[in-house]
Design a protein around this ligand. Structure first.
Ligand SMILES: [Fe+2]
Ligand SMILES: [Fe+2]
Length: 359
């Protein structure tokens, strides 16, 4: 039995899981709105206006509706899944919904608290898209009577404060990695339709184009403010690259059966996603992680082993469990530090900031 995935049997379990804050669960963020308000995108005005027209065109306005065969496909395929597999899939849905909704809340809060017309308009468009994404996943949770109450999630979940530049690096990366994750699954299932055990995966192609465009917006903001890419900020970029990649790796490895059911191996999938993300980040980051370095790969595998041991210690409880947890956390920090110090790759920024989602 997979003891790494918390059992979700009732709507209360699903809501508790979404509210929970842990190292691996998606978080909600807040930031310094006055500083965001002062961000200037003028150096890339032409590119900005083109992007705004794309948002305005809203090519996905009709996408997030279920078609006639959706319910039939769910009824047919879900009965064939084992109980454990179902648990991993539900865990995946809850965690994806929390990420989507996290974006929706952050973008909406920024929109409400600033007057800068460029950023305000952007935040309204992105919040619109993320609300659709979260709502669409929630419909699939409701099929299992596990719908999330988004209003109470917004009220009850803890918020993490991030300085605006951290928000820019982290959000840029999560949008692009989100694109890479969805498109890798979509392309794989396109080649192996027999492995598509839920209709939601049919939506991923147009869906991930939204995420790609959200990432483009942050790329423009960062490139319009080049001080964000120099000096000590490069160390922060390095930190966020590693934090985002490592979290994804460990989180995905807690759900091995989900990938297996699609005919994917978690590690192969994750490294394919890192490859795409690294190619995309050439539009904005002067450095990239060398994810092919055997030491890098061994380090991520070690982090997963530590995370599993830490979970067992948490379940054990008591003072001994707590002591073990403290030990594992210190071990994880050590491995993270070693990974941080591995050689990185320098990359030359693309002349044009904008990229096309060609994967
Ligand atoms: Fe999204
Ligand atoms: Fe997004």
């Amino acid at each position: 039995m997979n003891t790494l995935v918390q059992r979700i049997e009732t709507a209360k379990d699903a809501n508790d899981k979404a509210v929970q804050s842990s190292m691996l669960s998606p978080r909600f963020y807040t930031t310094d709105f006055a500083e965001i308000n002062r961000i200037n995108i003028e150096p890339l005005r032409k590119e900005w206006d083109i992007m705004m027209r794309e948002y305005e065109g809203d090519n996905n306005h009709d996408h997030f509706q279920r078609d006639a065969s959706f319910a039939d496909e769910v009824a047919q395929s879900m009965t064939q899944l084992s109980k454990e597999m179902r648990q991993e899939f539900i865990d995946f849905l809850v965690s994806s919904l929390t990420s989507e909704y996290s974006g929706c809340i952050l973008y909406n809060e920024i929109r409400k608290n600033i007057s800068n017309p460029d950023l305000k308009q952007l935040m309204a468009y992105m919040a619109r898209d993320e609300a659709r994404h979260a709502g669409f996943i929630n419909q699939s949770l409701r099929d299992f009577d596990l719908g999330i109450d988004l209003g109470s999630l917004k009220r009850e979940k803890a918020y993490t404060f991030f300085k605006p530049k951290y928000i820019l690096y982290a959000t840029y990366l999560s949008e692009k990695i989100g694109y890479a994750r969805y498109i890798t699954i979509f392309r794989h299932l396109e080649r192996h339709p027999d492995k598509r055990f839920h209709p939601i995966f049919r939506w991923f192609e147009r869906w991930c184009n939204d995420e790609f465009r959200h990432g483009e917006s942050f790329a423009l903001i960062i490139r319009a403010n080049p001080h964000l890419l120099r000096g000590g900020n490069v160390l922060w970029i390095r930190f966020f690259l590693l934090a985002v990649y490592a979290t994804m790796y460990v989180r995905d490895h807690t759900r091995p059966m989900l990938h297996e059911a699609m005919g994917l191996d978690s590690a192969t999938y994750d490294y394919a996603v890192f490859d795409i993300t690294t190619q995309i980040t050439r539009q904005v980051f002067p450095i990239a992680l060398d994810t092919d370095n055997p030491k890098f790969r061994a380090g991520l595998a070690k982090l997963f082993t530590i995370s599993k041991a830490n979970d067992l210690a948490k379940k054990q409880g008591g003072w001994l469990g707590k002591l073990k947890q403290a030990w594992f956390v210190s071990q994880a920090c050590l491995v993270f530090g070693k990974l941080y110090l591995l050689p990185i790759k320098r990359q030359v920024l693309t002349a044009d900031v904008r990229m096309e989602p060609v994967w």
